[in-house]
Design a protein around this ligand. Structure first.
Ligand SMILES: [Zn+2]
Length: 163
C-alpha cells in the first residue's frame, strides 16, 4: 500500500515536473516574443549605439543618420543586417537573438553592422562579399572584438533588401 502510494507520487512528479518545465519554457518564449524588449536590454543597446556613434564621429568625422531598429520580423536566424535603401541606412537587429546571445549582440553585432553602414556611407559598396578588408578595418575601429570576415558560413550578412 505504502509502496504503491510512493510509486503514484513518483509518477505524478515524473509527469508534472516536466510539464511545468515545458510550460514555463513556453511561457518565457511567449513572453519574450510578445513583449517589447526588456528595459535592461534596451538600455544596453542605447549605450552601445551612443558609443559606436561617438566612435564614428571621432574617427570618420561624420554623423550621418543611421537608424537602429530591433525587429522581430526576421524570417531567419540572422543576428542582424544593414539595409541601404533610397539613400537611407537602417540597421536591423534580430530581437529573437537577444534571448540567447545578448552579450554577442551588444559587443559584436552592433559594431559589425555599423561597419557595414560606414562602408555604405563612405560610398565603397561593392558587389563582392560584404566583409571586405575595408569593412574589417572599420569594424575594428568601431571596437568590434572579433570582426571576422565571414565568407561561407556567415552568421551575419548584409543585404540591400528589406527583411
Ligand atoms: Zn556582415
Amino acid at each position: 500500500m505504502k509502496f504503491t502510494l510512493k510509486l503514484e507520487k513518483f509518477f505524478i512528479l515524473a509527469i508534472f515536473v516536466p510539464l511545468i518545465y515545458v510550460g514555463l519554457n513556453w511561457y518565457q518564449s511567449y513572453q519574450f516574443k510578445n513583449n517589447p524588449i526588456s528595459v535592461d536590454i534596451q538600455k544596453r543597446i542605447d549605450k552601445a549605439e551612443v558609443k559606436v556613434l561617438n566612435l564614428i564621429q571621432e574617427k570618420f568625422n561624420t554623423n550621418l543618420p543611421i537608424s537602429l531598429v530591433v525587429s522581430d520580423e526576421f524570417h531567419s536566424n540572422l543576428y542582424g543586417l544593414t539595409s541601404y535603401k533610397d539613400n537611407k541606412i537602417t540597421i536591423y537587429l534580430n530581437k529573437k537573438r537577444f534571448k540567447e546571445s545578448e552579450n554577442y549582440m551588444i559587443d559584436e553585432v552592433i559594431p559589425h553592422e555599423y561597419a557595414h553602414a560606414m562602408v555604405f556611407v563612405l560610398g565603397k559598396k561593392t558587389t563582392e562579399d560584404g566583409h571586405t578588408k575595408l569593412w574589417q578595418k572599420i569594424c575594428i575601429e568601431l571596437e568590434g572584438k572579433q570582426c571576422i570576415r565571414y565568407v561561407d558560413n556567415e552568421e551575419i550578412v548584409r543585404r540591400k533588401m528589406s527583411l
